[in-house]
Ligand binder design. Structure first.
Ligand code: HEM
Length: 472
């Protein structure tokens, strides 16, 4: 009684796990058509209540801390990978302090210092990569974009020592951690699988690698050459004046790596796949580069140039609308939650699921929503305009504008803190790609399907494109 409708299913524990897992958007839209915006489905034995639409986003993303909880859902998966005492392994008040520390490390000054470093990494990646020898060829795009993302993040946010070890120790540890970052580990993180054993060993070794870097820095062995996150965190102290311990810095660095890597690399792969399918937009982007750089094909982009590339920005916005890396945002219910305007009450045994990206894929909000058309954003008010309402959760003002139809970075207390970094990185990578290459599809029309089997949605592989170098 008083419970939202339950999605029909044949088998008790499995419930809708398979249909949701294969294509969460199709599942959510089908259920919405049948049951409305609020419904419950069974996901691996758990009762998950979905609340779609602007009201649902508001209900879930801006719920009171006493009523919903993120760490009880995410921690089983994240803590074995990131390590203890950070992010979802601590009470929310402590995490909010940690988010404040991260924010100190992502100031405009820090981002500005990253611009030349990312371009350097990009040039050397393309020049040294055997797959880009010659004047033209065919590559599997997503792994290339993943590597470019990793190299540019390593050199900037993570710092030069991480970058130096990227071709050796670090890459192996990263892959061991990443392999365990899978949906199945929401349920069974402790299974004695080789993969989970490698994760546990990798986690300890990765922590050691970072604490060695920190100690060498404290001992004065490393010259400071940019405003990276490790330098920043080394200066941070909690409100009670305890400095951030080295292991916590290490674990936060792993957390940031994992949070940024897949979301950003999937976005950049989708962008390039769309540009290969619509080369006329790639040419428009190239023209925009030439305009910004006064006709030069070799000038370096500056931080100020990046603020003035509207088409590149719209390309990113449009891609995150159609291909949000995070399709489901989950919270554990802590108190019975009445759904305003209905007789329903969501009990504490349930998990809440918000999927703001369903609005981005709906014709009602974005005409011909299935079309990738960056130009549509020329007629849409800046999405941040609808994010005017703000709150301070302890790490500065955060937008709570959950009524927006476009929330690729979430809203409220748990809103993404890496948005500016991601935009900077994506704008640089897109700019560099269009300056180096013309792209085209190999056989396919349009772009590949989405692979929802890992934690972050990504292009289904193989996803080949044809490239041709522009004349220098
Ligand atoms: C949170 C998306 C890049 C760090 C989030 C959330 C979303 C999101 C939707 C909210 C999750 C929730 O409410 O449960 C994205 C997308 C990215 C991106 C689409 C790239 C295109 C990054 C980067 C970093 C980062 C580069 C790090 C530098 C974080 C952190 C949180 C977060 C620390 C906070 C989690 C919390 O408070 O619970 N992100 N993100 N993200 N993201 Fe991102």
């Amino acid at each position: 009684r008083n419970l939202p409708p339950l999605v029909f299913h044949w088998f008790p524990i499995i419930g809708s796990t398979i249909t949701y897992g294969i294509d969460p958007f199709k599942f959510l839209f089908d259920c919405q058509a049948k049951y409305g915006d609020v419904f419950t489905f069974i996901l691996l034995g758990r009762k998950v209540t979905v609340y779609l639409g602007a009201k649902g986003n508001q209900f879930i993303l801006n719920a009171k801390l006493k009523d919903v909880n993120a760490e009880e859902i995410y921690s089983v998966l994240t803590t074995p990978v990131f390590g203890k005492d950070v992010i979802y392994d601590v009470p929310n008040a402590k995490f909010m302090e940690q988010k404040k520390f991260i924010k100190f490390g992502l100031t405009a000054a820090a981002l500005r210092s990253y611009v030349p470093l990312m371009q350097d990494e990009f040039h050397s990646f393309i020049k040294s990569n055997p797959q880009f020898k010659g004047a033209s060829g065919i590559v599997q795009l997503p792994p290339i974009m993943a590597e470019i993302t990793l190299f540019t993040t390593a050199r900037t946010l993570q710092g030069k020592e991480v970058r130096q070890q990227l071709n050796t120790t670090y890459a192996k540890l990263y892959h061991d951690l990443d392999d365990a970052f899978q949906p199945i580990n929401f349920m069974l993180p402790w299974l004695p699988l080789p993969r989970n054993r490698r994760r546990d060993i990798g986690q300890r070794k990765m922590t050691q690698l970072y604490t060695d870097i920190i100690q060498a820095r404290r001992a004065g062995a490393t010259e400071k050459d940019s405003e990276d996150m490790i330098w920043n965190l080394m200066q941070c102290s909690y409100k009670d004046e305890t400095p951030l311990p080295d292991t916590e810095i290490a674990h936060m660095m792993i957390g940031l790596l994992m949070a940024g890597q897949h979301s950003t690399s999937a976005a950049s792969a989708w962008i390039m796949l769309h540009l290969a399918a619509q080369p006329e937009t790639l040419e428009e982007l190239h023209q925009e580069q030439l305009r910004a750089l006064g006709g030069s094909t070799t000038a370096e982009l500056t931080y100020d140039h990046l603020q003035n590339l509207p088409l590149a920005k719209h390309v990113i916005q449009e891609t995150l609308r159609l291909h949000p890396s995070i399709h489901s945002i989950m919270r554990k219910v802590k108190n019975p939650l009445p759904v305003p305007g209905t007789e329903w009450v969501i009990p504490p045994s349930h998990v809440l699921l918000a999927a703001p990206a369903t609005m981005g894929k709906s014709d009602a909000f974005f005409p011909k929503a299935e079309l990738w058309d960056p130009h549509r954003w020329e007629h849409i008010a800046d999405p941040h305009e609808s994010e005017k309402e703000t709150m301070d959760y302890g790490y500065g003002l955060v937008s709570t504008g959950a009524d927006s139809t476009y929330l690729p970075f979430g809203a409220g207390r748990h809103r993404c803190i890496g948005e500016q970094f991601a935009y900077l990185q994506l704008t640089i990578v897109v700019s560099m790609m269009v300056r180096y290459f013309k792209l085209g599809n190999v056989k396919r029309k349009g772009v590949v399907e989405t692979d929802y089997s890992s934690l972050f949605a990504r292009p289904m592989e193989p996803a080949y494109v044809r490239w041709e170098k522009r004349e220098e």
